[in-house]
Design a protein around this ligand. Structure first.
Ligand SMILES: [Zn+2]
Length: 421
């Protein structure tokens, strides 16, 4: 989810970048060109002051990306993207039409929710919760995790420019999470995106401009995913293999495009509604109630066979503060609080194979969950499952960030095998 005010204000940030470069950069004491330098800033106002990061500035100037915070389209000069789209396009259903517009997939839409021919999932609609595709060859969406008493823990809409205090908190708890990053935010806050890798978090794709994905023409939906993958690769050196649709808005046409890009669709079973505080009559007490329901179901034993995924956000100070506030109760209620891929026993979350996620043991494992005695049937011991055999270069916040280590080959090479599928 994303506040519309953030969307509306984003283009002005671009203008601020250029003026800032000319006027303010020489006066800065902090090093704002490195992950470690930016991560050391404790003043949120300074954190959110625009800065220039050469790889991003160069790529934008060369026209290699769509305009930040505008709906992405596949660029005519992007031969790499054009080739990959051409390889995926034949697998995309042509009998599913775009729905609504980028701000509402439901606008002026007539749809048979009972027959549900497109397997449509979108937020706020009880009749649109399909996660088992009807189109042949598409995997089911992921909305829970197989490990008992486990919570898939992640945050949407980052990187937020003022997330240092929140990430400091996660580091202080040795807590890893999945960060669903918006491509436009990655371009605006690149060293903040690098911090996710340096701290050992997982990065998944959350589209370029955060519109309703089922509203986009197929090539534009591809572009929303493709340029976010490219942005994350440019800045962090890794290419995600997972994505979460904004508003959960996905159908079999969009699933086919994501699947063609080797992206697993990650939804959620529980919505904290933290993004909605102050909107549409939702109050802080309501958000507490949503969190409480998730925790209460854990303590009641409802996750003793299969774990859950909760939707929370890096959207603003409120959502991040709420996460910190509820953290002790989450760790008391669940045995494992983990990045989604770790909870899914996926050790290599990126296309690049020289990177592994932290193991179960390296992630936060609570010592005394309130109902820890009911763990029969677990496929994990809590020590090592999901570790894989690759080289882990994410030992924690103290690890030096070195994106160039992973800058191997072009995305076209990375996707060579995928294009053949
Ligand atoms: Zn979102």
């Amino acid at each position: 989810m994303l506040l519309s005010s953030l969307l509306n204000s984003a283009p002005s940030r671009l203008l601020a970048v250029s003026s800032f470069i000319a006027l303010a950069l020489p006066a800065l004491a902090q090093d704002r060109t490195t992950e470690a330098g930016e991560a050391s800033i404790t003043d949120p106002t300074l954190e959110c002051t625009a800065y220039y990061y050469a790889p991003v500035g160069t790529a934008l100037a060369a026209g290699e990306f769509p305009t930040v915070w505008q709906s992405a389209t596949l660029l005519p000069n992007d031969t790499e993207g054009q080739q990959i789209w051409a390889s995926i396009q034949p697998s995309v259903p042509t009998n599913i039409q775009p729905k609504g517009n980028r701000n509402s997939s439901l606008a002026n839409v007539t749809y048979d929710a009972v027959a549900d021919p497109d397997c449509w999932w979108t937020v706020g609609q009880a009749g649109h919760k399909c996660t088992t595709p009807k189109h042949n060859g598409l995997p089911n969406d992921t909305w829970n995790v197989p490990e008992p008493l486990t919570a898939g823990y992640g945050f949407d809409d980052g990187p937020n420019c003022s997330h240092n205090a929140f990430y400091d908190f996660l580091t202080s708890q040795n807590q890893k999470a999945t960060m669903f990053y918006i491509g436009s935010n990655v371009m605006n806050h690149p060293v903040e995106a690098q911090r996710a890798i340096a701290d050992g978090h997982e990065i998944c794709v959350h589209t370029w401009s955060h519109g309703y994905m089922t509203s986009f023409p197929s090539s534009a939906a591809f572009a929303e995913l493709w340029y976010t993958m490219k942005a994350i690769k440019l800045v962090t050196g890794v290419t995600p293999k997972c994505w979460r649709p904004p508003y959960g808005d996905v159908d079999d046409r969009i699933r086919a495009i994501a699947h063609g890009l080797n992206l697993t669709t990650i939804l959620w079973g529980w919505d904290s509604n933290d993004w909605q505080n102050g909107i549409g009559g939702v109050t802080d007490a309501d958000v507490d109630n949503f969190y409480s329901q998730f925790v209460g179901n854990a303590t009641a034993g409802n996750f003793n066979s299969v774990g859950g995924i909760i939707l929370t956000h890096e959207l603003n100070n409120y959502t991040m503060s709420k996460a910190i506030e509820w953290y002790p109760r989450l760790t008391a209620a669940f045995k494992h609080l983990l990045p989604v891929s770790v909870a899914l026993n996926i050790s290599q979350p990126y296309v690049e194979t020289n990177y592994s996620l932290p193991t179960f043991a390296q992630c936060h494992t609570t010592a005394n969950p309130s109902n820890a005695s009911t763990t029969s049937g677990s496929t994990s011991s809590g020590t090592g499952t999901g570790s894989g055999s690759g080289t882990t270069n994410t030992s924690g916040a103290s690890a030096a960030f070195s994106p160039r280590v992973l800058l191997v080959g072009t995305l076209a090479a990375v996707f060579g095998a995928i294009a053949a599928l």
